[in-house]
Design a protein around this ligand. Structure first.
Ligand SMILES: Cc1cc2nc3c(=O)[nH]c(=O)nc-3n(C[C@H](O)[C@H](O)[C@H](O)COP(=O)(O)OP(=O)(O)OC[C@H]3O[C@@H](n4cnc5c(N)ncnc54)[C@H](O)[C@@H]3O)c2cc1C
Length: 523
């Protein structure tokens, strides 16, 4: 039996589910296969940064994700110490430290774990028409000029199905069999650490703050380890490092030994933790040399693995899936040329490198003073990397040839390639944000006096929503933040990134907009 779909996604982790969700929201016929029986059952990636929450707002799931975390606050405290009650070496972040970011975003940081976020994404994707088949694996695939032929197998019944897809998204994790099969190499140090993850329950008293995400990097004379609370009160994750080069093995970490280490880590020698799950995992740092091979795209950990010091692996996986989705949808609808798909690599791979390198610098500071970080790009400011990142590709008409990676998100410039500033506006007497106008398709935001842009948007072959200041919305800070004079306009892509702007009025808005779209959509 052969099934036809527009896009086949392999893997239903954060990367695959993001691609699935946003493809479905764009009306694309998408089938996703996942070899596990369900979405994640362990917390792993906890925390959705402001950009991820913005993407979740576009999908209408931001409120669900916020409330999914049982914690009273969305705050994050990060401490480097010898033990939970021991010497503090660095207080990297305190709950509330990020309050200064509110002028840059109307989003709240999410703190939910992966095991609660993935079901929310899955439910929204399925409601939007996506099909997600669990216990189903990709066995093999062949690509040709027009598409991909994939062989799937159900892991319980053994039933095999052939799927014919126009495109394949490989969100099949860090070891990515699809990447391997395509022979795509990776750069970076690769595996740089080995850990044993332990999920356990215990009464730690006031050792950790239950209301916030309380993350410790422990540099104890006996071990180095991560230690964090979870969304479930009384449940924690402890994750000691081990060193195979010294002859250590994951199996050496017996439950008895781990209980002893947890007692040392908590300074509670009588503690009786109940261990729920023990499993080894590797810390890696690598970026694929290309995120695209013809009709196949790598997303999430398949495209790059980042050390967890920075908490961006899951966030960038969501970002990859989102970026790919609107571009694939535009090409499948016939609105864009194939060149738009090349911009996925051009835009997301530099972000991946910035995130991986920054996380390696963090790792050196927090856990591994011996780590060699020479030759890496400099660390990026974490808030600039989240909200001030820049895309440079043919899907953006840049105003200058600067090679800056980020801008200060507190002072957004509204330049093409950067995120459309989140500005407070009023719509029909209600307090809103520009973010509420974005994320569902192309948007033209015109400054007051820019009524001519309305007919230009209406005349376009691509659907463009046009909002004119003074008529459709009010916002004293809008024009300044977007760098517009009266009569100017900014074209915002479906991902909320600025594609182009006319700072002031132009002679021929219809022809200008048509020309701009043809260029950014590679037509
Ligand atoms: C302990 C730990 C803590 C972390 N903390 C954070 C954090 O705080 N913040 C953060 O942002 N990130 C964090 N991360 C990273 C984050 O979990 C990953 O970056 C993210 O889950 C990557 O998602 P993914 O969808 O790309 O890959 P995965 O989640 O690995 O998903 C890949 C999926 O593909 C499936 N698959 C593979 N091959 C096939 C096949 N042939 N057929 C069908 N299915 C297949 C697998 O079963 C798997 O479910 C952490 C990771 C770990 C291990």
């Amino acid at each position: 039996m052969t099934k036809d779909v527009e896009v086949l996604v392999v893997g239903a982790g954060l990367g695959g589910l993001s691609a699935t969700l946003f493809l479905a929201l764009h009306g694309v016929d998408v089938l996703t296969v996942e070899r596990h029986a369900s979405t994640a059952i362990h917390p792993r990636a906890s925390g959705q940064n402001y950009r991820t929450m913005e993407l979740f707002r576009f999908a209408g799931i931001d409120a669900d994700v916020l409330t999914a975390s049982g914690r009273a606050s969305q705050g994050l405290r990060i401490t480097v110490a010898s033990s939970l009650g021991g010497q503090v070496f660095h207080q990297l972040m305190e709950d509330g430290d990020d309050a200064f970011m509110s002028p840059a975003t109307s989003m709240r940081h999410g703190m939910a774990g992966q095991e609660v976020v993935e079901p929310i994404m899955l439910a929204r994707a399925e409601k939007s028409g996506a099909r997600v088949e669990f216990r189903t694996e990709l066995v093999s695939f062949e690509t040709d000029e027009d598409g991909v032929t994939a062989l799937l197998r159900h892991r319980d019944t053994g039933e095999e199905t052939t799927v014919r897809a126009r495109y394949l998204v490989a969100a099949d994790g860090g070891r990515s069999p699809v990447r391997e099969r395509l022979g795509i190499e990776t750069t970076g140090p690769g595996i740089i650490g080995h850990n044993v993850g332990v999920v356990f329950e215990a009464d730690l008293g006031d050792r950790l703050k239950p209301a916030v995400t309380d993350l410790y990097y422990l540099q104890n004379p006996e071990f180095t380890a991560g230690f964090c609370n979870t969304d479930i009160p009384g449940r924690f994750v402890f994750s000691p490092d081990y060193y195979p080069e010294k002859g250590e093995k994951a199996e050496d970490f017996t439950p008895e030994r781990l209980i002893g280490m947890i007692r040392t880590a908590t300074d509670l020698p009588e503690l009786e933790p109940v261990l729920h799950w023990i499993g080894p995992w590797e810390i890696g740092a690598q970026v694929a040399t290309t995120f695209r091979a013809g009709r196949v795209f790598l997303a999430g950990d398949a495209a790059k693995i980042t050390p967890p010091t920075g908490g961006q692996g899951g966030n960038t996986a969501v970002g990859d899936g989102h970026d790919l989705a609107w571009k694939l949808a535009a090409v499948l609808r016939g609105e864009a040329g194939d060149g738009l798909l090349d911009t996925y690599d051009a835009e997301r791979r530099p972000i991946a490198t910035m995130i991986v390198d920054t996380s390696l610098h963090n790792m050196k500071q927090r856990l591994r003073p011996d780590l060699d970080v020479s030759g890496l790009t400099p660390p990026a400011d974490p808030y600039a990397a989240m909200l001030g990142f820049r895309y440079a590709s043919t899907a953006v008409l840049a105003e200058d040839d600067s090679d800056e990676r980020t801008e200060n998100p507190l002072e957004p410039t509204g330049r093409p390639g950067f995120r459309a500033p989140d500005v407070a506006i009023g719509v029909d007497g209600t307090d809103r944000s520009t973010v509420d106008l974005l994320g569902h398709g192309w948007v033209l935001l015109a400054a007051s006096g820019g009524e001519a842009w309305r007919s230009a948007a209406a005349d376009s072959y691509v659907e463009i929503a046009c909002h004119v200041e003074g008529t459709d919305f009010t916002g004293p800070g809008f024009a300044v933040r977007y760098g517009l004079e009266p009569g100017g306009a900014t074209l915002v892509r479906p991902d909320g990134m600025v594609a182009w702007r006319a700072k002031g009025p132009v002679e021929d808005p219809v022809g200008t907009l048509r020309d701009v779209l043809a260029r950014v959509l590679s037509r």
